[in-house]
Ligand binder design. Structure first.
Ligand code: ADP
Ligand code: ZN
Ligand code: ZN
Length: 737
């Protein structure tokens, strides 16, 4: 780098780069370096160089070290992060450093452990298992695996046992096997062969359309009902891409829980193609290793959750976003980015195709695919309207009016009968309730006191199993009071249903049923979810009770009944996205019923069976409901009919919050007239974790108007004295108000 002054991004909350001298070290843009900053040393990333600095040269410090054993972050990835930091009004250095694996943020070279694959030597091939003493079981096991497979990886060994690597090393020491360093962590063991289905007409059409234009940016919205074979379409597209030299494919999934099944499916279809996963369940060293395999180009298929959208991928040729509507793609703290939106931007910058798949697309995407956008922004719509397995029928959906029947412990007779029928037929049922805990309210029957959280504007949830009251917002926990703190009455009632109570109710009504509960409390232990899902697959569970965790992606062939308990609060919620989300959720849960050869039934308990949402759901008609919601959004001028940002502020008391936000209103109105400002108002949850909250809603007709305002606004707010005393954040394209 010929220019003497390096511009370096640091992990500090200031939106600027810092000038350093190279100190004679030869560094590249994107390289990790160590620099003195204040009293300490910090890791930074070189963003560029210059001939002059705004500071006098003699005041500049020199970088201390450059980590030259690592590949620099390439320009394309840097560019995306830069775009993102600007768009979401977040300090570039912080955006950049938080996009890296933790190991790359530490002040040390990021050597990642080498990976080995094992195979038999000639000596090993001519040896027999009987030569290994019987009690060395594991060694025998590993030897047998080596006899069956030409090569096995450490991942394969781990699958055999925790100590299988040791056994393999013993075989190497004895000359029976050799270890070779390998590039990718990938299973080289042969997976059982799978049937490759013949595409149906809709799938074939989708694939044909997309592969016609693989060399340019095009955004495809693959709208396909659950079980319509979207994943099969992804696989065919990936095959087309992978024949190109070195091509890489990024597959985004909303949740860690969904990676294993996709991984297995891809591995069985792409034998020998290096594949890595990137998500927060990996150990730090695994994550670094996978990331480096992606960065070096060695990994060809990268399956990752939202943060992986920033991974440097030198030969990226296709991006797939599964369940593109899922709100998990939006980061809810620090830089509040939306991984789907950034993925589309990335594809555009790279001039490659991007495929967004969903049974219930986000209204933003639906509008992009069906509305009157200018050509440049328009998505291309592809639909899969049939379930791929021809025998699999769509479930029948019934809404039962809970005001017209006698409920037994909160359940309608129709649902109880249906559950009994499934038990008799040895089929499985799923009951969906979006509330964990025993019951959402502890109520005094005499004075109507309800147990509140002292730190939040929220009620405490009864967790009867642990005999505790818990706040689901701040985590506060306390004992259940023996009598009403307000009037002394001893008759306190848990009121309303949560997952725990539903589980208990079912055990009471159907004593023979084997019941499992899936919610955040029951699966907090690692692998707990996997174990429950295994039990379901092994027919050891008759009824699953759970929250939306269960709604996503899991495939249970013997499940024929889905019951939905009490989702009415979302029908008339003040959150403008509540009905969109509920519809998506219910379509997802409904999609769990009757996947294989057995027809499914869905029973929804509601006080409003004639609500438009349920009418559309009964017809499984996403399109008409989405169009109706779009009209509503248009009338209300909510996204996607407008572009919004939320300025949130919080402090120990409300006065400075109000003062700060009022100042922001004046600023905004001075800066522009083309953005509407609403507020300051208090959000529905006025107090959270002991802090008083307030917010402003900024609303514009174009992204550009909003962006111009935000840029100027943030600079001036940063300079305001109060900005250091209160906490404030900006959420651009917020999902929740
Ligand atoms: P989606 O991703 O839309 O939910 P999947 O791709 O998982 O759907 O497909 C659902 C099921 O149908 C899977 O078991 C898959 O193997 C099977 N499948 C997909 N396409 C076909 C096809 N063309 N013919 C037969 N079975 C198919
Ligand atoms: Zn009372
Ligand atoms: Zn609380």
């Amino acid at each position: 780098m010929p220019k003497p002054i390096l511009q370096i991004a640091l992990d500090v909350p200031l939106n600027r780069l810092f000038d350093y001298l190279s100190g004679g070290l030869h560094v590249l843009v994107g390289q990790r370096v160590l620099v003195p900053f204040g009293q300490r040393n910090q890791i930074g990333i070189v963003m560029g160089s210059a001939d002059v600095s705004e500071h006098p040269l003699e005041k500049l410090k020199s970088i201390k070290q450059a980590f030259t054993d690592e590949l620099p972050i390439d320009e394309e990835a840097l560019g995306l992060i830069k775009f993102s930091a600007e768009y979401y009004q977040y300090p570039l250095g912080q955006a950049l450093l938080s996009a890296l694996p933790a190991r790359l943020r530490q002040i040390a070279p990021a050597v990642s452990r080498k990976q080995f694959a094992y195979s038999l030597t000639d000596l090993g091939c001519s040896s027999a298992i009987e030569q290994i003493p019987k009690r060395q079981l594991l060694k025998r096991h590993v030897f047998a695996a080596l006899q069956e497979n030409e090569v096995i990886t450490e991942a394969d060994l781990d699958a055999i046992s925790n100590s299988a690597r040791k056994a393999a090393k013993l075989l190497v020491a004895e000359g029976w096997a050799i270890a070779k360093q390998v590039q990718a962590i990938q299973s080289l063991m042969e997976l059982p062969p799978v049937d490759v289905p013949e595409l149906n007409d809709e799938q074939a059409h989708a694939v044909k359309q997309i592969v016609q234009d693989l060399e340019v940016f095009k955004a495809w919205l693959l709208h396909g009902i659950t079980g319509s074979g979207k994943t099969e379409v992804y696989i065919r597209l990936m095959q087309h891409i992978l024949v190109q030299n070195n091509a890489q494919i990024l597959v985004l999934v909303p949740e860690i829980n969904l990676t294993p099944q996709l991984e297995t499916r891809f591995r069985s279809r792409f034998a020998g193609v290096p594949l890595v996963t990137l998500h927060s369940n990996l150990s730090e060293s695994e994550r670094l290793h996978h990331w480096q395999l992606a960065q070096s180009g060695a990994a060809k298929i990268i399956i990752g959750t939202r943060l992986s959208v920033f991974t440097p991928l030198p030969n990226l040729k296709l991006i797939i976003i599964d369940e593109e509507h899922d709100s998990s793609y939006k980061q809810q703290d620090s830089m509040r980015y939306h991984a789907r939106d950034l993925a589309v931007i990335r594809a555009k910058r790279l001039n490659i195709p991007v495929v967004l798949g969903s049974a219930t697309p986000a209204l933003e995407s639906w509008q992009n695919a069906t509305g009157n956008q200018n050509k440049a922004n328009k998505y291309n719509l592809l639909s899969l309207n049939q379930r791929a397995v021809s025998a699999a029928k769509l479930p029948v959906i019934d809404c039962i009016d809970t005001t017209k029947v006698n409920l037994q412990l909160g359940l309608t007779p129709q649902l109880i009968t249906a559950l009994k029928l499934r038990l008799a037929r040895k089929e499985q049922s799923l009951l969906f309730i979006n509330r964990r805990g025993y019951s959402p309210v502890l109520l005094c029957s005499a004075c109507h006191w309800v147990a509140p959280c002292m730190r939040c504007s929220a009620r405490l949830v009864v967790h009867l199993g642990q005999r505790k009251l818990r706040c689901h917002h701040c985590g506060h926990e306390q004992n259940i009071p023996k009598q009403c703190p307000s009037c002394g009455n001893a008759d306190l009632h848990p009121t309303g249903h949560g997952t725990q109570r539903l589980e208990q109710t079912l055990a009471q009504l159907l004593p023979a049923a084997r019941i499992a509960r899936v919610d955040r409390d029951s699966i907090s232990r690692k692998n707990a979810l996997v174990e429950i899902l295994d039990q379901v697959h092994n027919q050891e569970i008759d009824i699953l009770v759970g929250t939306q965790m269960l709604a996503k992606g899991h495939d249970f062939p013997n499940l024929t009944l889905v019951g939905v308990i009490d989702t009415d609060s979302a029908l008339y919620s003040p959150d403008f996205r509540a009905s969109e989300r509920l519809f998506a959720q219910l379509m997802q849960v409904a999609g769990r019923a009757g996947r294989a050869d057995k027809a499914g039934q869905v029973i929804i308990q509601t006080q409003f069976p004639d609500h438009a949402l349920f009418n559309a759901l009964r017809r499984q008609d996403y399109a008409s409901y989405a169009n109706a919601l779009l009209l509503e959004r248009q009338a209300m001028q909510f996204p996607p009919a407008s572009f919004i940002a939320l300025l949130r502020a919080e402090a120990n008391n409300y006065a400075p919050v109000q003062q700060f936000l009022t100042f922001a209103v004046q600023l905004a109105q001075n800066i522009t007239k083309s953005v509407m400002v609403y507020g300051p108002i208090r959000p529905q949850m006025e107090r959270l974790k002991g802090l008083e909250r307030g917010q402003l809603l900024l609303q514009a007709n174009t992204r550009a108007d909003l962006q111009r305002l935000l840029k100027a606004l943030v600079m001036q707010l940063d300079a305001h004295a109060l900005s250091k005393k209160i906490r404030w954040t900006l959420d651009i394209d917020p999902l929740e108000l």
